[in-house]
Design a protein around this ligand. Structure first.
Ligand SMILES: Nc1ncnc2c1ncn2[C@@H]1O[C@H](COP(=O)(O)OP(=O)(O)OP(=O)(O)O)[C@@H](O)[C@H]1O
Ligand SMILES: [Mg+2]
Length: 219
């Protein structure tokens, strides 16, 4: 059975649809990347799964964890299920750690964030651009640590990133979001080698222009 099943997910904020009709599935121990350039609603999708949408945001239709619906059940039961089964490393770790942050480097903050997220041994870890703010060496260390920990504990990973080089190393499957909608999804190899959507083609071309070459084999 799948661990996480997202079906027809839409999120409206103040009457505006910011996520529309997203469908994603994640099996136990599986890794899925959510990619796309700035603002396609990757974070909002993750926050909807975590039950942490901002005030005024409303999510429909369905997010199931272990087959149990998390949307529309009132607050208590879904929070309990989420707290026991999932955790998130946030895009901006500063806000999650207080008052320590200003004394820690970006890399230290993200390591602490990762340790905190994994402390309860969640079945699902959502990592939202966990290395974007870090310099390249620290980024590589952080990714090795993430890779090692989720591997060791059989944790499912929803990994949000705009960095195709990182995604191809870490995640066998990828979903491309554009303007709150799913442009395409498939194996990461298929997405980067034979992109179906013109938006994905542009992402791959842009990544190549920075010197990245699509690897022959994606893990
Ligand atoms: N609290 C909010 N109120 C209104 N609109 C919002 C809110 N949060 C996000 N949005 C809008 O929803 C869209 C998706 O935002 P989101 O933060 O999910 O994007 P993202 O894919 O994570 O992009 P990035 O991390 O690159 O900024 C954006 O257009 C954003 O302006
Ligand atoms: Mg984001």
């Amino acid at each position: 059975m799948s661990l996480l099943t997202i079906a027809d997910l839409s999120v409206r904020i103040g009457g505006t649809a910011v996520v529309e009709d997203i469908a994603l599935e994640l099996a136990p121990g599986e890794r899925l990347a959510l990619i796309g350039e700035s603002g396609p609603a990757r974070s909002l999708t993750a926050l909807a799964v975590m039950g942490l949408l901002p005030d005024g945001a409303e999510a429909t239709d369905s997010i199931r964890l272990d087959g149990r619906e998390l949307l529309g059940l009132g607050d208590r039961e879904p929070s309990r299920v989420r707290g026991a089964r999932m955790a998130m490393v946030f895009q901006e770790p500063m806000s999650a750690l207080n008052p320590l942050p200003h004394q820690l480097s970006g890399g230290q903050r993200q390591r602490v964030g990762l340790a905190m997220a994994l402390a309860t041994r969640p079945a699902l870890l959502i990592a939202d651009e966990p290395t974007t703010a870090l310099d390249v060496t620290v980024q590589a260390d952080m990714l090795r640590l993430l890779d090692d920990l989720v591997q060791r504990h059989g944790t499912s990973l929803l990994f949000i990133s705009h960095d195709l080089a990182v995604v191809t190393q870490l995640c066998p499957r990828a979903a491309v979001l554009k303007d709150g909608r799913l442009a395409e999804q498939g194996t990461t190899a298929a997405v980067v080698h034979t992109p179906q959507h013109s938006y994905t083609q542009r992402l791959v071309t842009a990544a190549r222009a920075t010197g990245w070459d699509t690897p022959e084999a994606v893990r």
